[in-house]
Design a protein around this ligand. Structure first.
Ligand SMILES: [Fe+2]
Length: 229
């Protein structure tokens, strides 16, 4: 004979126990979820002004602050998850937007540090791009084509260590269209805030030109090589 209906209801309630019953203190949970704004040393760039970089770094800091704020807000609302279900759901949807905004900018800015460096013709990255797409220029053309898609977002180049494939994605906003689990080797921010100040609303192509003019390819190489080990 199986468990009674009353017993089954009790079991379900036990399994679906709300997070408010978790005994780990809220401040301990939050301490592991707080992120700190990173600092970047961006040299004088050709076609991207210091003022634009300064404002862009400020926007990056906003993602860090907002991710931390949403983490705290969700943990607070979980004190009564049933009453706050709608608010929690909305914050959950915005959480990865802020996180990915933070992390994509932490991939973007280092690519402009250290001064422009060309890709080595014999480098492992150049050889892999040549094997996969026929050459570095072909890869750059794909990044440019993806960058010119409409809408705010990112033109991202991913590498899959499982099969040696490169993949391009237009990531809408910060979080829509990622290839789950695949590392990003090149991240090109094509939100209007990246180029509006220097090139105007119709200046995305000029900004993309400037990005590649200033790109430190050694950073991309340093991301790629460990993925091949
Ligand atoms: Fe940005």
């Amino acid at each position: 004979m199986g468990p009674s209906k009353a017993c089954l209801v009790k079991m379900v309630r036990t399994v679906t126990k709300t997070p408010s019953a978790v005994t780990v203190p809220r401040n301990v949970i939050l301490a592991t979820m707080q992120y700190t704004e990173k600092k970047f040393v961006i040299p004088t760039l050709d076609g991207i002004s210091a003022k634009s970089v300064e404002e862009h770094l400020g926007l990056y800091g906003g993602y860090v602050k907002n991710f931390n704020a949403i983490s705290a807000a969700i943990e607070g609302l979980l004190s009564d998850p049933d009453k706050n279900a709608l608010a929690i759901a909305e914050l959950r949807r915005r959480h990865s937007f802020e996180f990915d905004g933070m992390k994509l900018h932490e991939l973007y800015f280092p690519q402009l540090e250290g001064g422009a460096q060309p890709i080595g013709a014999e480098s492992a990255l150049a050889q892999a791009l040549t094997k996969h797409w026929g050459g570095v220029e072909s890869a750059v053309a794909r990044v440019r084509q993806t960058a010119m898609m409409r809408g705010p977002g990112w033109s991202n180049l991913y590498y899959n260590p499982e099969n040696g494939a490169f993949h391009m994605s237009f990531v809408g906003e910060q979080h829509q269209g990622h290839f789950a689990t695949l590392p990003i080797v090149l991240a090109l921010d094509v939100w209007e805030h990246a180029y509006l100040l220097d090139h105007g609303a119709a200046g995305k192509a000029a900004y993309v030109d400037a990005f590649f003019k200033n790109l430190n390819w050694s950073v991309i190489e340093d991301r790629f090589v460990p993925l091949t080990k």
